[in-house]
Design a binder for this molecule. Structure first.
Ligand SMILES: [Zn+2]
Length: 103
């Protein structure tokens, strides 16, 4: 496993790709596996659409990717999602630390 991977806050498994999201009223950002763990907090919808009752505090905050890991693992997603994510990131500016090295 890559030294820069981050543990899932739910199952603590180190991952190279995680979904950043809020899952409760504390507003704390969690990093969860894009698979089962994420589905368990979002219902499998990026914005938990249709699951507002089950996951009222869920909020999607983008994908976290370990830039130091290369290999077959890559988070492919529709361009629409990527663009939205970029906008949000631009308005936040707190994730730049981990995404550095792009310029
Ligand atoms: Zn997990």
């Amino acid at each position: 496993m890559s030294p820069n991977s981050k543990p899932c806050t739910l199952c603590t498994t180190p991952r190279d790709i995680l979904v950043r999201c809020q899952t409760d009223s504390t507003g704390k950002w969690h990093f969860v596996c894009p698979g089962a763990c994420w589905r368990s907090v979002s219902g499998g919808e990026e914005d938990a659409r249709g699951f507002e009752k089950e996951f009222p505090h869920y909020r999607y905050g983008g994908m976290w990717k370990n830039r130091h890991a290369d290999g077959p693992t890559s988070a492919k997603k529709p361009r629409k999602v990527a663009e939205r994510q970029k906008e949000r990131r631009a308005g936040r500016g707190e994730e730049g630390k981990e995404e550095s090295g792009e310029c």
